[in-house]
Design a protein around this ligand. Structure first.
Ligand SMILES: C[S@@+](CC[C@H](N)C(=O)[O-])C[C@H]1O[C@@H](n2cnc3c(N)ncnc32)[C@H](O)[C@@H]1O
Length: 319
C-alpha cells in the first residue's frame, strides 16, 4: 500500500515538474552577484534572466542558535558574521536579528521543538521587498541536505535586484503597519506597494486591507462553514493576491483551502441526488486546486522539500 502511494506521489511530482518546466537543480552558470545597491548597502543583482522556479543559489549555515539564546560578542569570531550590515544600535544580537533566517524546529535533547535561526553569509545580503521576486527555503533533510535555497518565484529580468520578503506574515497589513513592524531593520521600503504617491501604492493598501478582512473571515470561521459565500471569499482572496503580485506562500494557502472546499462539497453531495456530472466536477476542481498548490510548493521550495512531500499526500487525499 505504502509503495503504491509512493509511486503515485512520484508520478504526481514528475507531472508537476513537467507542467512547470523548471530546472530541478542549480543552474551551472552563476545567476546573480552581490553588489552595491543604491540606498540599501549590498544586495543581489540578477546576471541573466531567471525563470520562476529556478533554484538561484544554495548555501550551508555558518552557525545557528535556538530561539531565545543570547548572541554575544563571541560570535563576532565568524568573519562571515562580523562583516554583515547592522543598523543602529550596532551589537551582535541586533546584527543576528536582522540577518538570520528561520530553519524550522531544533531537536537538541531537552529542547525539542524550539525554532532554530541561522546565519547564511551570502543569503544575508538579500534585501527586502513587500512584493518579492524570490523565496528562501530551508531544506533540512532531503537531497539538498542542510542547505538554504533561494528560488525565483516570478520571472526576474537580467539586472533586476533579487528580493525576498523579510516578513511574509505581514502581507495583509497596510504600508504604515508593515513599516512599523519592520523598524528593527532600520530602513524605509520603497517597493511598489510602499509608494504612497502611485496608483499601485494607494490601491495596494486598499487591497491588503480587503485581503486581511477576507483572510480573517476564512481563518476564523468557527465552526467552519461551507457556503457559496465562503467559496467566493476564497476566489476573491486568490484574485487580490495575484493583482498585488503576491504568490508564495499566500496563494498556495488559498489553493489549499479551495481544494478543501471542493472536497467538502463532494462529501456534502455524496448522499444527495446531485448529478453524477456535478460530483465529477467537484472531484476535478479539488484536484486542480491541490495541484496548483503543489506547483507553487515545488517552484518555491524545490521538488525535494518536506513541504512538497506533505502537499503530495494532500493531493493523494483529494484525488
Ligand atoms: C539582511 S541585511 C540585507 C543586506 C544589506 N543590504 C547589506 O548591505 O548587507 C538587512 C539590511 O539591509 C538593508 N535593506 C534591506 N532591504 C532594504 C530595502 N528594501 N531598502 C533599503 N534598505 C534595505 C537594511 O539596512 C537592513 O537592515
Amino acid at each position: 500500500m505504502a509503495a503504491q502511494a509512493e509511486t503515485k506521489d512520484y508520478q504526481e511530482l514528475r507531472f508537476a515538474l513537467q507542467r512547470l518546466g523548471i530546472p530541478a537543480n542549480l543552474p551551472s552558470q552563476k545567476t546573480f552577484r552581490i553588489t552595491a545597491v543604491r540606498g540599501k548597502g549590498k544586495g543581489w543583482k540578477a546576471l541573466r534572466d531567471i525563470q520562476p522556479g529556478t533554484p538561484i543559489f544554495d548555501e550551508e549555515v555558518l552557525f545557528w542558535i535556538l530561539e531565545g539564546a543570547i548572541v554575544d560578542d563571541s560570535f563576532e569570531r565568524y568573519s562571515g558574521f562580523s562583516g554583515l550590515s547592522c543598523p543602529a544600535p550596532v551589537d551582535s544580537q541586533h546584527r543576528f536579528d536582522v540577518n538570520s533566517f528561520g530553519m524550522g524546529k531544533g531537536t537538541s535533547k531537552g529542547r525539542r521543538g524550539k525554532n532554530k535561526h541561522g546565519i547564511f553569509s551570502q543569503a544575508s545580503r538579500l534585501n527586502h521587498s513587500c512584493i518579492p521576486n524570490a523565496y528562501f527555503a530551508w531544506n533540512p533533510k532531503m537531497s539538498r541536505s542542510g542547505r538554504l535555497t533561494v528560488y525565483a518565484i516570478v520571472p526576474i529580468p537580467k539586472g533586476a535586484e533579487i528580493l525576498i520578503n523579510y516578513r511574509t506574515f505581514d502581507s495583509f497589513k497596510n504600508k504604515d503597519q508593515r513599516h512599523q513592524d519592520r523598524r528593527q531593520y532600520g530602513f524605509e521600503c520603497a517597493c511598489p506597494a510602499c509608494q504612497s504617491d502611485s496608483n499601485f501604492g494607494i490601491q495596494s493598501d486598499e487591497r491588503r486591507e480587503r485581503m486581511g478582512v477576507l483572510n480573517d473571515k476564512i481563518e476564523n470561521r468557527v465552526p467552519p462553514t461551507h457556503t457559496m459565500e465562503s467559496f467566493s471569499d476564497l476566489i476573491e482572496l486568490g484574485n487580490l493576491l495575484q493583482e498585488e503580485g503576491l504568490s508564495y506562500p499566500q496563494l498556495a494557502d488559498v489553493y489549499h483551502k479551495q481544494a478543501l472546499w471542493w472536497k467538502t462539497e463532494l462529501q456534502r453531495i455524496t448522499d444527495a441526488r446531485e448529478s453524477a456530472k456535478y460530483k465529477e466536477e467537484c472531484g476535478e476542481k479539488a484536484l486542480q486546486a491541490a495541484r496548483k498548490e503543489l506547483d507553487l510548493d515545488v517552484m518555491c521550495n524545490g521538488y525535494d522539500s518536506p513541504v512538497v512531500k506533505k502537499t503530495l499526500e494532500f493531493v493523494r487525499g483529494v484525488s
